[in-house]
Design a protein around this ligand. Sequence first.
Ligand code: UDP
Length: 261
Amino acid sequence: MAADATIVRPKPRRVVLKISGESFCQAGERGIAMSEVLVIAEQTMRAAAQGVQMAIVMGGGNILRGAQFTSGVSSIEQATAHYMGMLATVMNGLALQDALESLGAQTRLLTAIRMEAVAEPYIRRRARRHLEKGRIVLLAAGTGSPFVTTDTAAAQRALELEADVLLKATRVDGVYSDDPEKNAHAVLYSELTYHAVQQQNLRVMDPTAIAQCMEHDMPILVFNYRKEGNIERAVRGDKVGTLISSQVPANGAKEATGRKA
Ligand code: UDP
């Protein structure tokens, strides 16, 4: 799209990219498909080549989500299932690390749950050092604590690593006013405030993550990583996806410059 090529947003110096577990498998399936992991790896490599420091938070929903796993089941504690979900993100991290390294990238896998045989422990200063050295830093095991999701982990890491923007990679073009699959009149927002996301209950990231970004004014860019070159566009500051921030969009009341889906 022509508008996407126009640079209108400041080029970030450091980003945290959140990739959901569903990106690690074929649409509608589960587990890990290396063909899909390579799609992420190739795009990430090209984005990092633009000189931006990149940390990636992996989800684990392609393998296990704590809340779903315990739903209707009494023989496992909820906390246990959440820890299993965190371990799933480590598996995705290992797959992404090898995919990136097969393409020649320098990476480090850091985990919030210690397991020295496969990854370094997450230490904020160490993560920053790796980023400064140009390594792609993969952040596994979420926050290391149960009962939250990797969206919250991504918000947390973006704040503590002082990222300029939290990039939320999705399979759709950004945030819509309604489900575009069901409503032909759904509008794709190019900008939104955190407040609008909360008020309209828009499904972007989990509410804790939105609240945390809002409290500390961390911009969130929701974009379609499946469109070739979009991760690069996002790190270049090109106009792509939906930018969520405290900035009220120019057309005020509507809080959005809607493009017809
Ligand atoms: N999880 C957790 N604490 C964290 C991050 C994740 O307990 O800090 C668990 C939680 O059960 C979650 C699962 O790990 O459902 C997998 O992460 P998530 O659902 O965020 O993956 P995604 O939906 O992004 O694939």
